[in-house]
Design a protein around this ligand. Structure first.
Ligand code: AMP
Ligand code: GLY
Length: 433
């Protein structure tokens, strides 16, 4: 740690989530300097972006040594599931660095759906009834499916870039998909398949910071996964988000805390996992009762873009404390405003799309925060599209209606060939206000 308790921070990742975290860190009096690996053009204002891939653990190690990094914050799950924390702890040159994110074992909460389900069953955490099968058990798997009511939920056990969950109405089609999963449709991620009961309800995303013993509950958010208004069409990485979530009221959150958060934090500790980092709990609200759909070992994207602007206290301080096992002394302060994040995507996304189109109009935005998800600079330094999800426009308003109005007034100023965004982000939750 630097002498005056200012921190040199290395933030891993390159999406809107990391841009939002970098923006939040930039407001901290505890920040000495920020390095983003690899970062994106939206993060250049907050730190030095260093080219490379988060899968390059050797390069991460070298940056930590060269820049005298005090704290590493992992944005995405892949390096965590791949054991980045173990890699750094085992190297004498980096073993002292503070690290936000679990080690390989803790990251199995996201990296293996079977591990996550077993964890929930072991610790009495409410989730859908399930069984896990391997390829040699296809007959048993088909029998188990038959005993469930449609739609059928099939999940590849391992990481499958967010595509490993299939929800299928027809039994024969479900069995056929199951066979394809066992034959390598999702590579080794599908060598085991979790089959579970379909839960009917409305989803929300709960985020906590865990220091191994204590936890802090961050603002709740809801994301919008489908490409079209009304949550129709193909699944995407997320088309927008809103925070808070009106149906996640105090009574619901009390149940979430008692039945899910406390047993999760305690369960990890009891299982010998010293978990220091974010936990993202994907929840289904089934008639007011919370059930865990999934755990992720990171923040959500695009939820983070709506969550960060509502945190009034110092996130960097909270994360330093979590990584040091001192979270209990931290005080979280959340604004009672509402934020709405709307994602501008490339035409054609989530199927094939072109990149490299000039992005114009961002300089005209007023009263909103802009986070970059998939942008790059061309040879002349101009901003161009570089991904499916391109930009997140975020408005923080006194209520849902004013935040929505403002965000939609402003997002219309953003121009690039094929720009598309949903018009209905946050609309469905208005009925719960
Ligand atoms: P996951 O990758 O586990 O988050 O699953 C992707 C999406 O599939 C979730 O966000 C839910 O919308 C849906 N899903 C997963 N499991 C279930 C379930 N048991 N019942 C209903 N929907 C589910
Ligand atoms: N928004 C869902 C996720 O980040 O997985």
């Amino acid at each position: 740690m630097t002498t005056d308790s200012k921190y040199k921070v290395l933030l891993l990742g390159s999406g809107g989530r990391e841009n939002a975290i970098a923006w939040k860190f930039s407001q901290s009096s505890m920040l000495d300097s920020l390095y983003c690996f690899p970062g994106n053009p939206g993060m250049e204002a907050f730190g030095e972006c260093i080219l490379g891939k988060v899968s390059d653990f050797g390069k991460i190690r070298d940056i930590i040594v060269e820049k005298k990094i005090d704290l590493v914050v992992a944005g995405p799950e892949d390096p965590l599931v791949g054991g980045l924390k173990n890699f750094l702890l085992e190297d004498p040159d980096t073993s002292e660095v503070l690290f936000v994110g679990p080690d390989r074992e803790g990251a199995r909460l996201e990296g293996s759906k079977d591990f996550a389900k077993e964890f929930m069953c072991r610790h009495g955490i409410p989730t859908a009834v399930h069984r896990t099968f391997s390829a040699s058990e296809i007959e048993d798997a088909a029998m188990f499916l038959k005993g469930l009511k449609p739609p059928y939920v099939l999940k590849a056990d391992g990481l499958a870039a967010g595509k490993g969950v299939l929800i299928i109405d027809d039994y024969d089609e479900a069995v056929s998909e199951l066979k394809q999963m066992f034959s390598g449709k999702f590579g080794s991620a599908g060598s085991k398949v979790v089959i579970e009961q379909f839960l009917s309800g409305i989803e929300c995303s709960v985020f906590i910071i865990d220091d191994g013993e204590h936890y802090m509950i961050l603002p709740v958010a809801k994301d919008y996964k489908r490409i079209k208004d009304g949550d129709e069409g193909l699944n995407t990485g997320g088309m927008g988000s809103v925070s808070p979530v009106p149906f996640a009221d105090d009574a619901f959150m009390k149940k979430v805390e008692e039945r899910i958060i406390i047993p999760t934090v305690k369960g990890l500790k009891d299982d010998g996992i010293d978990y220091r980092g974010f936990i993202f709990i994907g929840l289904m609200n089934c008639d007011g009762e919370p059930f865990v759909i999934e755990y992720n070992v990171r923040m959500g994207d695009p939820e983070t873009e709506a969550v960060m602007p509502r945190i009034e206290s110092d996130l960097l301080s909270h994360l330093v404390a979590a990584a040091s096992g001192n979270l209990s002394k931290e005080k979280l302060k959340i604004s009672d405003s509402t934020s709405v994040a709307v994602i501008s995507v490339s035409g054609g996304y989530p199927l094939s799309y072109e990149k490299g189109f000039a992005v114009n109009g961002t300089e005209k935005l007023e009263g909103v925060i802009l986070f970059h998800s998939g942008t790059a600079r061309d040879a002349d330094g101009r901003l161009v599209t570089a991904g499916g999800r391109v930009l997140a426009t975020v408005c923080v308003g006194k209520d849902l209606f004013s935040a929505r109005r403002k965000v939609y007034d402003e997002i219309s100023k953003i121009e690039f060939d094929g720009e598309f965004h949903r018009q209905d982000i946050g609309l469905d939750v208005a009925k719960y206000l």
